[in-house]
Design a protein around this ligand. Structure first.
Ligand code: GLY
Length: 369
């Protein structure tokens, strides 16, 4: 059942994304990258390590020059330069050289940190993504964005560094904790909304199977979702233009994520951000009212929030300005021109953002009305 798609970089074949249902093909894929005589370091977090660390290390053991594992505590709190420094130290102690390789086994945080360590250690060594969450499989493992948070600013320090391979074991999604799974679905929905209306319709039609995590349906969903991302990043790998379309829902989403001190999952905040962006799109008469409500309500069967309490809309507005999606002091906001077509807009006003945040804000007064 395995399938592969290749992602181009500067118009040349760069790395494969392998969609499969186990780790059975991992060594064959790594061997094809010349790993037999390289040192390999699996970088993972404490949660993923307990689940799959030993299994992946066993696959490598005895087949390559050296196989080691570096584990750091799970959570966004560890996504910083201190963790990167610890990885450098470990690699130096283990004698890692230029042609050795890192394997990022985990969710978005693991992939981003490991990718950044790979981009900078000895001015750059190879790395492979083995994403374990839906968020990482659908979004963060593809396209070469790596980095860490800095002084409370999300992903403020980083580099573009393409992986050598993205190995997606879709079976890992079947045991993912429910909230984590559905959080990742927000990024899948985003891909349909920004560029592929037929895929968006397919998601609605296959709602039941997606919720049930049917392996065949997961594979089709991820191939279609990753194909959207592939086409966007191939055209604009370093976000000079259209790659920013992938930030639909992220301006307000990141602000909520920060205001809530990362107690909500990234995808949950993205869902709220997409509802807010769709609301502005409706008010600008890009989307019809029916389309706005359809986009909003589409999150509900996937257990994603469409409203939020206990926020200060003014604070959310203020936080949108500290997001890095700014250009010449203006927010690069992503709106929906229609379902399946997003546009970048520099003219969204504070009033529009506030109105959109108020739309998703479920206040105490609403509760008593
Ligand atoms: N997650 C958005 C991007 O890769 O550009």
């Amino acid at each position: 059942m395995s399938e592969k798609i290749n992602v181009l970089y500067n118009r040349k074949p760069c790395y494969d994304i392998l969609f499969t249902g186990s780790f059975d093909e991992l060594w064959t894929e790594l061997a094809a990258l010349g790993c037999g005589d390289r040192r390999l370091c699996v970088v993972t977090d404490s949660r993923v390590d307990q689940l799959y660390g030993a299994e992946v290390l066993n696959i490598l053991d005895g087949k390559c020059r050296k196989a080691v594992k570096y584990v750091f505590p799970e959570g966004e709190a560890g996504k910083n330069l201190d963790t990167v420094k610890e990885i450098y130290r470990f690699l130096i102690e283990e004698g890692f050289e230029r042609r050795d390789m890192l394997l990022a086994l985990g969710g978005g945080v693991v992939g981003d940190i490991t990718g950044y360590a790979a981009a900078t250690y000895l001015r750059g060594i190879d790395f492979v993504q083995i994403p374990s969450t839906l968020l990482a499989q659908a979004d963060s493992s593809i396209g070469g964005k790596t980095g860490v948070d800095f002084d409370g600013y999300k992903n403020m320090v980083g580099a573009f560094k393409m992986p050598r391979l993205v190995y997606m074991n879709l079976a890992l999604l079947q045991t993912l904790e429910e909230r984590q799974y559905f959080s990742g679905f927000a990024e899948v929905m985003k891909h349909g909304l920004i560029r592929d209306a037929a895929f968006y319709e397919w998601l609605i039609e296959n709602m039941y199977e997606i919720c049930e995590r049917d392996l065949q349906v997961l594979q089709e969903m991820l191939i279609r979702s990753c194909t959207v991302k592939k086409l966007v990043v191939e055209k604009d790998p370093e976000e000079q233009g259209d790659r920013a379309l992938l930030n639909l829902g992220h301006t307000i989403g990141h602000a909520i994520e920060k205001a809530k001190n990362f107690t909500l999952y990234h995808g949950e905040c993205v869902a709220l951000g997409i509802v807010a962006a769709a609301y502005i799109s409706w008010k600008r008469e890009l989307l019809s009212m029916e389309e706005y409500y359809e986009v909003r309500d589409m999150f509900v069967p996937f257990y994603l929030p469409i409203s939020i309490d206990d926020i200060d809309p003014q604070e959310i507005l203020r936080l949108t300005k500290s997001d890095k999606k700014m250009e010449a002091g203006k927010i690069k906001f992503v709106l929906l021109k229609k379902i399946g077509k997003a546009v970048i807009d520099h003219s969204v006003t504070d009033e529009e953002i506030l109105a959109a945040v108020n739309e998703i804000y479920f206040s105490e007064e609403d509760a008593h009305a």
